[in-house]
Design a binder for this molecule. Structure first.
Ligand SMILES: NC(=O)c1ccc[n+]([C@@H]2O[C@H](COP(=O)([O-])OP(=O)(O)OC[C@H]3O[C@@H](n4cnc5c(N)ncnc54)[C@H](O)[C@@H]3O)[C@@H](O)[C@H]2O)c1
Length: 254
């Protein structure tokens, strides 16, 4: 398959988890990909493995200046940006709302919301000038429903749905499509961290209970989320914009 031949993609949070799974698939399908992340050793290892169709930029998505930097480096390398996967995110901590640390609430909003906002601000005019493009934001089932102990994360993942809906309306006239993917728990570092936060004495038990509560009886794999990210990034989804796309084993239908 070569859905991304001659396409240039930026993937934030591209060094690990869902982002890295999407990067691998994009490269397999012909794209040139700029990986953006804070984790330089992981970026270097992945790009060495993937070869010249991949490059990386160490950047913090919550910084306006660093966002400009990773867009500039992409345009300098390949002349355009066709796809943005605004995927970098952090989980914060697990604590009841009244005990949730304010500085962590702000940090989660900076990375998960302002990070996406920064990317949209750079991508939208660039894609419009280039005749169109596709932006996919990694929200969550936590962007569609609440989750006790996760006030900041839930708020941030709802907020990006609002950003997406506005951007989709503004982008429509310029053929810039904007959607969110809303996964259930995925087998990545992030869930290990949350399971630990929910029960430090027995995180495996949390995993098993959470998996059992999903109608499919298990978490998703990163590759299963990447499949939806690539569908929305590709021309296969040419009439899809302004949508929330669950990949959740029926978790959010209950
Ligand atoms: N894992 C899940 O269960 C799950 C479920 C739904 C949604 N999501 C969302 O999917 C996205 C990817 O999560 P994941 O599970 O792959 O997590 P992960 O922790 O495995 O990977 C996230 C990557 O983002 C990078 N990152 C974090 N902060 C950054 C910043 N400020 N600037 C640049 N890079 C930064 C990290 O270094 C890491 O490589 C996140 O937005 C997350 O909220 C995850």
């Amino acid at each position: 398959m070569s859905r991304f031949e001659n396409k240039v993609a930026i993937v934030t949070g591209g060094a690990a988890g869902i982002g890295a799974a999407a990067v691998r698939r994009l490269i397999d399908e012909g794209a040139q990909v700029m990986l953006v992340d804070l984790d330089e050793p992981a970026l270097e290892t992945l790009c060495t493995e993937l070869g010249p169709a991949s490059r990386y930029c160490v950047a913090d998505v919550s910084s306006v200046e660093e966002t400009k930097k990773y867009f500039q480096q992409t345009v300098d390398a390949w002349g355009q940006v066709d796809v943005l996967l605004a995927n970098a995110g952090i989980e914060g901590v697990v604590a009841p709302l009244h005990e949730y640390p304010a500085d962590m609430f702000h940090k989660v909003m900076q990375v998960n919301v302002e990070g996406v906002w920064n990317g949209l601000q750079q991508a939208m005019p660039l894609m419009a000038a280039n005749g169109g493009g596709s932006i996919v934001i990694t929200s969550s089932v936590a962007g569609l429903q609440g989750a006790p102990g996760m006030a900041a994360y839930v708020t941030s993942k709802h907020a990006v749905v609002g950003l997406m809906r506005t951007a989709a309306l503004e982008g429509a006239a310029h053929k810039v499509r904007v959607n969110t993917v809303n996964p259930a728990p995925v087998e990545t570092r992030m869930m290990r961290s949350l399971e630990q936060g929910m029960n430090p004495d027995d995180p495996t038990r949390v995993h098993d209970q959470m998996a059992a509560a999903i109608p499919f009886g298990r978490y998703a794999s990163a590759a299963e989320i990447a499949s939806m990210l690539l569908y929305l990034a590709s021309d296969d989804s040419s009439y899809c914009t302004g949508g929330t796309y669950t990949v959740d084993g029926a978790m959010s239908t209950g």
